[in-house]
Design a protein around this ligand. Structure first.
Ligand SMILES: *[C@@H]1O[C@H](CO)[C@@H](O)[C@H](O)[C@H]1NC(C)=O
Ligand SMILES: *[C@@H]1O[C@H](CO)[C@@H](O)[C@H](O)[C@H]1NC(C)=O
Ligand SMILES: *[C@@H]1O[C@H](CO)[C@@H](O)[C@H](O)[C@H]1NC(C)=O
Ligand SMILES: *[C@@H]1O[C@H](CO)[C@@H](O)[C@H](O)[C@H]1NC(C)=O
Length: 294
C-alpha cells in the first residue's frame, strides 16, 4: 500500500480510554474510573473544536492537543462563578445535570495523573502553569483546588517588563517540552497580567519499530499544486487497517509500546472536508471496531 495521499490527519489516544469509550455507556458507574466518564465529552469537544479551527484557517495545518485545552479551561472554571462557570464547563461539552463539577475535576485529576505517571516505555509530560503578575494574589481556594486537581504551578512574573516576562515563559516552555517549543512569545507584545500555560510532551516507541535504513526520500503532496520531498519511513508488517465503506477514507492504526496508540486517517483525494465533517464519537467507535490486521 502506498500512502502518497495528499492529506492525512491523526489522532493520538490512550488505548484504554478508547475501548472504554466504545463500550456501553450504561455500564454500572461504580465499575468505571472517573477519567473514563470524561472521554465521550472530551471526544465531542475535540472534534467540534477541530472543525472550528479548520474552518477558520483554510489551507493551514492544524495541530492541537484537545485534552490540554479541555484541562486548562476546566481548571479555569474553578476560578469562575455562576453563569460563567457553568458556561465554561458546558462549552467543554459537559452536561452538568449528568456530571457534577466534582466528577469533572476528579476525572481530570485522574487523567492528569495517568498521563504524568504513564509507563516507562514512553516519555510523557503534561502540566499546567500560571504566570501571574507580582501585583496580584490568587484566592486561597483557587490555589488549593487547582493544585490539588490539576497540579497547577504558579509563577510570579513581572508583566511590566514584557521582554523579561516572555523570556521567563519561553524558558519554562522550552524546558518542559525538552527544547521542542522555543520562543513561543517571540514577537507578541502583551498587556496581560496572567498567562495560563498547558504543556504536553510525548515521545513514544513504536511497538513495531521502523528501520531507519528503510527511510528514503519520497514525494509528499501538500495540496493540488505543491509537492515537496521528505524523508519517508517504510515498513512492511501486519498492521491494523481499514478501507472505510461508509466514508471516503482509509485508516491505519499504529501502536506504541505501552497503552498509547495513533490513528492515521487518510481521506481520499479531495475528500478531506467530507471526512472532517463526519468525525464524531460514533465514527470513531465504528472505526475502532472495524480495523483489522492486514
Ligand atoms: C442534560 O441531561 C439531562 C438528564 O439526562 C437531560 O434531560 C438534558 O436534556 C441534558 N441537557 C442537554 C443540554 O443535553
Ligand atoms: C529543565 O530544568 C531542569 C531543572 O532546572 C534541568 O535539570 C533540566 O536540564 C532542564 N531541561 C531542559 C531540557 O532544559
Ligand atoms: C499549496 O501549498 C503551498 C505551500 O504551502 C502554498 O504556497 C499554496 O498557496 C497552496 N496552494 C493552494 C491551492 O492551496
Ligand atoms: C495499560 O492499561 C492497563 C489497563 O488499564 C493497565 O493495567 C496497565 O498497567 C497499563 N500498562 C502500562 C504499561 O501502562
Amino acid at each position: 500500500m502506498l500512502l502518497s495521499l495528499c492529506t492525512c490527519f491523526l489522532w493520538l489516544s490512550t488505548r484504554d480510554l478508547w475501548t472504554v469509550q466504545a463500550q456501553d455507556p450504561d455500564t454500572d458507574v461504580s465499575t468505571r474510573s472517573p477519567h473514563r466518564d470524561l472521554a465521550p465529552n472530551n471526544v465531542d469537544f475535540a472534534f467540534t473544536l477541530y472543525r472550528h479551527l479548520v474552518a477558520s484557517a483554510p489551507g493551514e495545518n492544524v495541530f492541537i492537543s484537545p485534552l490540554s485545552i479541555s484541562m486548562a479551561l476546566a481548571m479555569l472554571s474553578l476560578g469562575a462563578r455562576g453563569y460563567t462557570r457553568a458556561q465554561l464547563l458546558q462549552g467543554l461539552g459537559f452536561n452538568l445535570t449528568k456530571t457534577s463539577e466534582a466528577e469533572i475535576h476528579q476525572g481530570f485529576q485522574h487523567l492528569h495523573h495517568i498521563h504524568k505517571e504513564s509507563d516507562a516505555t514512553l516519555e510523557m509530560a503534561m502540566g499546567n502553569a500560571l504566570f501571574l503578575d507580582r501585583s496580584l494574589e490568587l484566592l486561597g481556594s483557587f490555589s488549593a483546588d487547582s493544585k490539588h486537581y490539576y497540579g497547577l504551578e504558579v509563577l510570579a512574573t513581572d508583566f511590566e517588563d514584557w521582554a523579561g516576562a516572555s523570556r521567563q515563559i519561553n524558558e519554562y516552555i522550552e524546558n518542559k517540552t525538552h527544547g521542542k517549543i522555543v520562543n513561543l512569545f517571540s514577537k507578541m507584545d502583551s498587556s496581560a497580567t496572567l498567562i495560563l500555560v498547558n504543556y504536553i510532551f510525548f515521545k513514544g516507541t513504536w511497538a513495531q519499530p521502523f528501520d531507519p535504513e528503510s527511510t528514503r526520500e519520497e514525494n509528499f503532496y501538500v495540496n493540488e499544486s505543491t509537492v515537496v520531498t521528505v524523508p519517508t519511513m517504510f515498513q512492511s508488517s501486519p498492521i491494523k487497517y481499514l478501507k472505510d465503506r461508509v466514508l471516503p477514507c482509509q485508516l491505519v492504526q499504529l501502536d506504541y509500546t505501552g497503552n498509547e496508540t495513533v490513528f492515521f486517517i487518510l481521506p481520499d483525494e479531495g475528500k478531506m472536508d467530507t471526512v472532517i465533517a463526519a468525525l464524531s464519537r460514533d465514527t470513531i467507535r465504528r472505526w475502532s471496531e472495524s480495523l483489522t490486521i492486514r
